[in-house]
Structures are given as structure tokens and as C-alpha cells.
Design a protein around this ligand. Structure first.
Ligand code: CMC
Length: 390
């Protein structure tokens, strides 16, 4: 008793074995089932990546078509789900809606779900991947007071999401292929990242045998924080606050981030594992340049601030010594904003993408013998004392 390793923040603890994702933080390497993220982002698509993460290998043509059609067959949510939304204030943050509604899905898929049966695990995964964009788009529509759109199964995963977000009954909505490609890439770049805080949360919740929809809701809650998935929204808030690309303004924020008496951190910078560069950030930056150029927004003032900020930080001893580099979320918000997506939806989009990572890890854990996650602690409180006699 009492001889447990004390490791706050799990700096040196492997909580599980996994064959899904490999990261070499020193070299800036990220592999999904062995395939480098930059190759996948450029050559594959999100649905194929979902298959790869979940089942371990790339699908052949018929496996791909079958998987895609299973997803499109489950994009609709039960009509009763609409009632959930009405309980939220119109201005509720869409992440709070997502936590609630996805947790609520457990009520629809519980009694007949046996997590020890492979088909039941698979159908739960398919339902989640399929319904997340629907619920995400509904949370946006609810915010802006527009009617919900039903999913359209003739569209690709990314196109359907954009359609549900932006189409309304009064206007014909044309999906911009540049947006659809960028959206698909953003989904891919956030799909999985081994034992990050939200995935570890899903595994911990799942290790009790809890309903998978409830476990994913726990993951969404963990993702929301600005140190994790909430960083993409926080980056845009920071760029808004900086205001313009004047050296003086940018330096003020750099100095604030370096000041140990100030809790402010440069949002979109730093990572627990990457100590060289974040390979996702590299692809995201390229995508940002491509998308903004294609939209004629290469002179976007926020893009300019971001680039100058990155340049100044990368030359600053504070960031060099601590090996702090831009992470995946530094440029994603700029792309999303250029596509007309409001800031409070950025982390929701991260959650849509990460759902496949969460559920693949849950599936991997449940498929093998596993133990309930139960960390120990270093007790620093009172020794036993007597309750005062009356
Ligand atoms: N700005 C200023 N200083 C920083 C930053 C930053 N963004 N990130 C880390 N540091 C400093 C930190 O203060 C510490 O300094 P010192 O050694 O003097 O005490 C040193 O660098 C090491 O950082 P740490 O906090 O011990 O590192 P961590 O692994 O515990 O935290 C992190 C990693 C991502 C939470 C942190 O870098 C951070 O808060 N970054 C900003 C938020 C962000 O962009 N998060 C998105 C992460 S990537 C997407 C995702 O996976 O969700």
C-alpha cells in the first residue's frame, strides 16, 4: 500500500496498449495504422480513414462502398431528438448542446445493446459517425433560429455536413467544392491522436462497461477545454484580440504568453507529445493557404497576423527552449472562418472528427480483456482525527 508511482498529468504512464495510432513527438511523426498522416490527408478521404482506424486496414472497393452506405443509412436522428434542443437556450454554446444530445442518444440505444458482441459495437460506431454531423449542424441551426435540415444521403460526408449547416428552405444552396475538400481534410487531420485527454476519458468511462454513447459524451466534455479541442476557438479569439498585424500588438501577446505571472498561453502553440513540429499543423497550414488563395482571401488580415505571430514566436528563445510549435489548431480556425463557420462551432467540428478516434479506441479496448480504469492517489490530507465530542 502507498507505493504507487506519482505521475500527475500522466507524463510517464502508458495507460493501455494500442495498435491504432503511433506518434513520435521528437521527430514529428504521426501514423494511423502505419500510414503517415500527410499521405492520408492528401490521398485518402475521411470515410476511408474511419474504416482504417476502426478495422485496422484500408478497405477494398466493395468494403469501402459497404461501409459508406452503412454510414449514410444512419445519418438521421430519431424524431424525438428534436425535442432535446428545445430545452436549451437559443444562445447555448453548441458544445453544451452536443454533450447533452449525444449523451441522450444512449437512451435510444441501450436496452438492446450488448457491448460484448462485435456487431453491436460496430453498429454503435456507425451510428455515432453517421449522426454526429447531423447533431452538430442541428446545434448550429438551433443557435441561429433556422429550421433543422434532414441529411442528404446523395452527398459525401463533408458535403452533407456543409449542406445541413448552410442550406435553408428559401434559397438554393450550391456546395462549394473547395469548402467540401477543406472540410474533409479538417475532419481527417483531427480524426485520432492516441491517448489524448478526451480519448483517455472515453476509455476510462468505457472501462466500467458504460453505454458507448454516454462514453462519447464524456469525451466531448473533455475535448471542450481550451487546452485541448477548445484551442481552435481560442486561437480565433486571440487573433481577434490582437486586432492587427502591427509588430507592437503581436509582441504584446508574445510577452503576455511568456510572463509566468500571467496565465495566458499562446493559443494553438505547444503540445504534450510533439517537441519538434506537429505534422498535422504542417498540412493544415498548406490547406489554409490553398483554401484562402482559392477564395481570393490570401490577404486575409487574420492570416497575416497568424503568420507573423508564428514567425516571431519561432524566433523567440522562450519558445525555442521549450520546443513550442504551432499545433493542429493554429490554422484550422482561419480556414473554418473563411468558410463562414462561426467560432463557437470550431470545437464541435473537432468533436465530429474525433468521434471515430474515440469509438475506435473504445472498440479496441472492449474487444480484448480489459480492466476497469482506477488510478491511485498520493494522499496529502489529515491523518485520522476524532469528531469533536458534544
Ligand atoms: N504559450 C506559452 N507558454 C507555453 C505554451 C503556450 N502555448 N505551451 C506551453 N508553454 C510553456 C509552459 O508554461 C511551460 O513553461 P515552464 O517550463 O516555464 O513552466 C512549458 O512551456 C511546458 O509546457 P507544459 O504546460 O508543461 O506542457 P503540457 O504538455 O503540460 O501542455 C498544452 C501542453 C497543449 C496543454 C500547452 O502547450 C497549452 O496549453 N497550449 C495552448 C493550448 C493549445 O493550443 N492546445 C491545443 C493542443 S493540440 C490539439 C489537441 O490535441 O487538442
Amino acid at each position: 500500500e502507498g507505493l504507487f508511482t506519482y505521475d500527475p498529468g500522466f507524463m510517464a504512464t502508458s495507460s493501455c496498449q494500442s495498435a491504432i495510432t503511433y506518434i513520435d513527438g521528437g521527430k514529428g511523426v504521426l501514423l494511423h495504422r502505419g500510414y503517415p498522416i500527410d499521405q492520408l490527408a492528401k490521398e485518402s478521404d475521411f470515410v476511408e480513414l474511419c474504416y482504417l482506424l476502426m478495422f485496422g486496414d484500408l478497405p477494398d472497393d466493395s468494403q469501402y462502398e459497404n461501409f459508406k452506405s452503412r454510414i449514410t443509412n444512419h445519418t438521421m436522428v430519431h424524431d424525438q431528438i428534436n425535442n432535446f434542443f428545445k430545452g436549451f437556450r437559443r444562445d447555448a454554446h453548441p458544445m453544451s448542446i452536443l454533450c447533452g444530445v449525444v449523451g441522450g442518444l444512449a437512451a435510444f440505444y441501450h436496452d438492446h445493446l450488448n457491448i460484448n458482441v462485435q456487431e453491436d459495437r460496430e453498429i454503435s460506431a456507425i451510428r455515432l459517425i453517421a449522426k454526429m454531423p447531423t447533431i452538430a449542424a442541428m446545434s448550429y441551426k438551433y443557435n441561429i433560429g433556422q429550421p433543422f435540415n434532414y441529411p442528404r444521403n446523395d452527398l459525401s460526408y463533408a458535403e452533407n455536413f456543409l449542406y445541413m449547416m448552410f442550406s435553408n428552405p428559401c434559397e438554393k444552396y450550391e456546395i462549394n467544392p473547395v469548402y467540401a475538400k477543406a472540410m474533409d481534410r479538417i475532419f481527417m487531420l483531427h480524426a485520432d491522436h492516441e491517448q489524448n485527454a478526451s480519448t483517455s476519458t472515453v476509455r476510462l468511462a468505457g472501462s466500467t462497461g458504460a453505454n458507448p454513447f454516454a462514453c462519447i459524451s464524456a469525451g466531448i466534455a473533455a475535448l471542450w477545454g481550451p487546452a485541448h479541442g477548445g484551442a481552435n476557438e481560442a486561437v480565433l479569439n486571440m487573433l481577434d484580440e490582437i486586432g492587427d498585424e502591427s509588430e507592437e500588438n503581436i509582441q504584446r501577446f508574445i510577452d503576455k504568453a511568456k510572463d509566468k505571472d500571467d496565465p495566458f498561453k499562446l493559443m494553438g502553440f505547444g503540445h504534450r507529445v510533439y517537441r519538434n513540429f506537429d505534422p498535422r499543423a504542417k498540412v493544415m497550414k498548406e490547406t489554409c493557404d490553398e483554401v484562402l488563395a482559392e477564395l481570393g482571401l490570401a490577404d486575409d488580415p487574420q492570416l497575416k497576423i497568424a503568420k507573423r505571430l508564428e514567425q516571431i514566436a519561432l524566433e523567440d528563445d522562450y519558445f525555442i527552449e521549450r520546443k513550442l510549435y504551432p499545433n493542429v489548431d493554429f490554422y484550422s480556425g482561419i480556414i473554418l472562418k473563411a468558410m463562414g463557420i462561426p467560432k463557437n462551432m470550431f470545437t464541435v467540428i473537432f468533436a465530429v472528427s474525433r468521434t471515430i478516434g474515440w469509438i475506435s479506441h473504445w472498440h479496441e479496448m472492449i474487444s480484448e480483456p480489459y480492466k476497469i480504469g482506477r488510478p491511485r492517489q498520493l494522499y496529502i490530507g489529515h491523518t485520522q482525527r476524532d469528531y469533536p465530542a458534544s
